[in-house]
Design a protein around this ligand. Sequence first.
Ligand SMILES: Cc1cc2nc3c(=O)[nH]c(=O)nc-3n(C[C@H](O)[C@H](O)[C@H](O)COP(=O)(O)O)c2cc1C
Length: 178
Amino acid sequence: MDVFAALESRSSTRGYTAQPLMREQLTALVRAGLQAPTATNRQEIHITVLDGKDPILAEIEAEKNKALDAPPAHNFYYEAPTVLILSGETDFRWTAVDAGIAVENIALAAEGLGLGSVIIGCIKNAMLGEKQACFAKALRFPAGYSFQIAIAVGRKAVQKQPHTWDEAAAVTWLCAEA
Ligand SMILES: Cc1cc2nc3c(=O)[nH]c(=O)nc-3n(C[C@H](O)[C@H](O)[C@H](O)COP(=O)(O)O)c2cc1C
């Protein structure tokens, strides 16, 4: 798929079939993440690939929901067959930006493969809370790394239109418009 076609058609998928992804698809997603640029080429982003049935995901979900009165209707990764968790060097000043670039690369690669994805930030407090060390160990984060962002990927069971935007509010042209 052409890069502009992927940019235009990607949207967040919040419903997946149970069908697991193939190894080649997972490899392509990981590779897309690693192909992302990093500040000073530090390459400080680590990717943990998880099966959607991995019990650690239920533990993260429970930690996320601890303060809620009632559990939400769906879990944080919408029952996707695969979840990728991106961790990064905690004390490097560009880690959050680099993780954002990497996760978008993965989202666009998923779109290019005809798959759906949704970027997941809602587990941030749970991942960085009192169980941080326990989660970091279970997810095999390298030493000195912490949770940055996650992404769920799978075959789309629902369709959603890409978002729209207000270009006048979001862009200031200080050069001549083409
Ligand atoms: C940093 C970040 C965190 C996000 N966290 C979540 C999340 O936890 N759960 C969720 O359903 N969507 C999450 N999203 C998806 C956004 O809600 C979504 O990208 C936005 O509504 C625009 O819709 P679109 O992706 O379909 O274009 C996140 C997106 C970003 C960039």
